[in-house]
Design a protein around this ligand. Structure first.
Ligand code: 4AD
Ligand code: MG
Length: 461
């Protein structure tokens, strides 16, 4: 018996006349002039393989009637295809219907709206678009690890359950085993001392603080893991569960940090173009016409750098009216970010030196005592894709900022210890993995680059 091979391998390495066994799901069945054509896809590549079934096959009628979505195993001979758009097809010798599908299979049409497909997230993975998205997502995740491995970064698994709200934005999902109907109380408040961990805990909003601990021992580290934010904003760029890549470097400043971010993003652009060619061509043709040109430009560009203060000046001079006010001291909104990267720069731009009032407690204070050594990388269409900073390594400054922002130093005593013993200038950033996938595929909604997206009121799959 011939061993099964994947369609991608058959198309890339197969020779006419070769006998092979493929297995996959039927995208369409079409009968004409007594011959049946089946488009079969096993997820290994975008194109799939055309199977040609002639009437001399004993189960010709049954196979010709099978529905879209059926699972089949086809044993046959590879042959050059006379049809346009494909070099090879498979002439069936034997077709086995492994699992049939009836007319109620929801994906009968070639095109469905992304909104509709989100309601059948368990089936949309068998479509062209989602096949391409999740192949690219998988390939990029592996490239992330290669990039850091080549540079000697240690991969650290930071905890998912944590007692700290790193970003201090109060977006922690609570983790508890307390009886919600009747929680223990002290002085009118819930007593988390009685909870599973003996304290209030939640799902991590960032692995950074633990990552910093590891950087103070291994020099260069990164985390790549799930991140959770109970941000009740229903935007196309926010998810309640997303993946973040967070490198951290000891003996490094903000400029080193931006250099790493730039090299990292360019590397991922180059990789997507070179190694995900078929899927990238698909996105360029079907989703976003200018995609490949834009990614090619970024892969070789020098990223612009501008201070927050300059950014505010440029926005104030802009000949467009924004929905949200532009004022020094206010955070940049998505519309401002996109204006800067799309209209002012026309490519990726690092904005640095944000006012301390709109950034997290751990960022290093600049000499002006008003701004911190923060950087956001903004890219066209997506806006903020990376957020990072040089960290405050001076104990007195750090405790001062914690007092200002109302963080109890006792709760982060382990974090402060790194500033007491062998503190170093250090810096890092976080790349939102889904924002990266959106950027590289042209997909406009974060819900369409996550296998089973979690957003407010949605966790059904
Ligand atoms: O800018 P953020 O909040 O930075 C941090 O969490 C730092 N601790 C990172 C660090 O310095 N190690 O988040 C980093 C990135 C954002 O730029 C964005 O790409 C992504 O994470 N992100 C989200 N992606 C999807 N859904 C959300 N709700 C996101 N929030 C942030
Ligand atoms: Mg940010």
């Amino acid at each position: 018996m011939t061993a099964r091979i994947k369609v991608k391998q058959a198309l890339e390495n197969g020779r006419p006349g070769q006998e092979l066994l493929v297995k996959g799901w039927v995208r369409s069945v079409r009968t004409g002039k007594g011959v049946t054509f089946v488009a079969l896809n096993d997820g290994s590549c975008q194109s799939g393989i055309q199977v040609v079934i002639e009437p001399d096959l004993p189960n010709f009628d049954e196979v010709s009637r099978m529905g879209t979505g059926s699972a089949v195993a086809v044993h046959g001979l590879l042959q050059a295809s006379p049809a346009a758009g494909q070099a090879m097809e498979l002439k069936a010798r034997q077709v086995q219907i492994v699992g049939d599908a009836d007319q109620e299979y929801p994906m009968q049409k070639k095109r469905h709206s992304f909104e509709y497909l989100r309601t059948i997230a368990h089936l949309r993975v068998r479509s062209n678009t989602f096949g391409a998205v999740f192949r690219v997502r998988s390939a990029l995740a592996q490239e992330v690890h290669r990039f850091f491995a080549e540079r000697g970064f240690l991969y650290v698994h930071t905890p998912i359950i944590t007692a700290n709200d790193c970003e201090g934005a109060g977006e922690l999902f609570r983790v508890t085993t307390l009886d919600l109907a009747n929680p223990p109380r002290v002085g009118g408040r819930i007593d988390f001392g009685e909870d599973f961990f003996g304290r209030a805990t939640g799902l991590t909003v960032s692995g950074q603080l633990e990552g910093e601990i590891f950087a103070q021992a291994f020099s260069d580290i990164y985390t790549f893991g799930p991140t959770f934010r109970a941000e009740n904003s229903n935007t196309s760029r926010h998810a309640a569960e997303f993946w973040m890549i967070e490198p951290e470097m000891a003996f490094a400043d903000l400029s080193d940090d931006a250099d790493l971010a730039e090299a990292f993003l360019k590397r991922l652009c180059t990789f997507a173009l070179n190694s995900c060619d078929e899927d990238m061509q698909f996105f360029n043709a079907q989703i976003d016409k200018g995609l490949i040109g834009r990614i090619e430009a970024v892969a070789t560009a020098t990223f612009a750098r501008m201070t927050y203060t300059e950014a505010i000046e440029r926005l104030k001079k802009a000949a467009v009216s924004f929905q949200y006010p532009v004022e020094w001291g206010l955070d940049l909104q998505s519309e401002h970010e996109r204006y800067l990267t799309e209209q002012v720069v026309g490519g990726p731009v690092f904005v640095t030196g944000y006012p301390k009032g709109i950034k997290a407690f751990y960022m290093r204070m600049n000499d002006d005592n008003r701004t911190v050594a923060a950087m956001d990388l903004l890219v066209p269409k997506v806006g903020e894709i990376i957020g990072g900073s040089q960290r405050e390594e001076r104990l007195d400054r750090l405790t001062g900022r914690m007092a200002e922002t109302g963080i109890d130093p006792e709760s982060l005593s382990w974090y402060l210890d790194t500033r007491r013993w062998g503190s170093t200038p250090h810096a890092g950033f976080g790349l939102g993995f889904e924002r990266l996938i959106m950027y590289l595929t042209g997909m406009e909604n974060i819900r369409d680059v996550i296998p089973f997206p979690r957003t407010p009121k949605h966790a059904e799959f």
